[in-house]
Design a binder for this molecule. Structure first.
Ligand SMILES: [Zn+2]
Length: 160
């Protein structure tokens, strides 16, 4: 059976109810089921949900951006940091000029060293998605072959 292509609007909240992200007022998200285009826990829980459904989906951290991993926190000499000028707690930067280099967050600074956390900012956070399913359709052969959705109608141009 072919996977579905699902289009939805969402509002993402943390456990305190703060809105972290929302598609409201913008374009809805379209994804191919099981292709890793959205976080696993949301993909799994939206299987078989009909278009027009409005629901709340709880995704534990392990099925979202992963548990917070203490081994991803490292103290490094200030001189090794590829950033000029002052560094403050909460600053984020890439560890290399490569566009796929990991993004790290500064969690502590002293005279000689900087402590960097390479965890995703939402690692360890249980997420709540308020979801409105806009459309659900069967995927095309091209989409299955490419491993991603080609837009809400399926006819969007694709380079791959
Ligand atoms: Zn494609």
């Amino acid at each position: 059976m072919k996977p579905n292509v699902v289009t939805f609007h969402y509002t993402l909240r943390d456990p305190a109810g703060r809105v972290l992200d929302t598609s409201a007022g913008g374009e809805p998200i379209t994804y191919l089921e099981g292709a890793g285009q959205i976080i696993d826990g949301l993909d799994e829980q939206l299987r078989g949900v009909a278009a027009g459904t409005h629901c709340v989906v709880q995704v534990p951290a392990a099925k979202a951006y992963g548990e917070h991993d203490a081994a991803q926190i490292q103290r490094v000499p200030r001189a090794h940091i590829p950033v000029e000028g002052e560094l403050s707690i909460g600053d984020r930067f890439q560890t290399d000029t490569d566009r796929y280099a990991p993004i790290v967050t500064v969690v502590a600074v002293d005279a000689e060293t900087v402590t960097l956390d390479a965890n995703h900012p939402l690692a360890g956070v249980d997420l709540t998605f308020e979801v409105e399913l806009v459309a659900v359709r069967e995927s095309t052969e091209d989409e299955v072959r490419h491993g991603h959705a080609h837009g809400a109608s399926g006819d969007a141009a694709c380079e791959s």
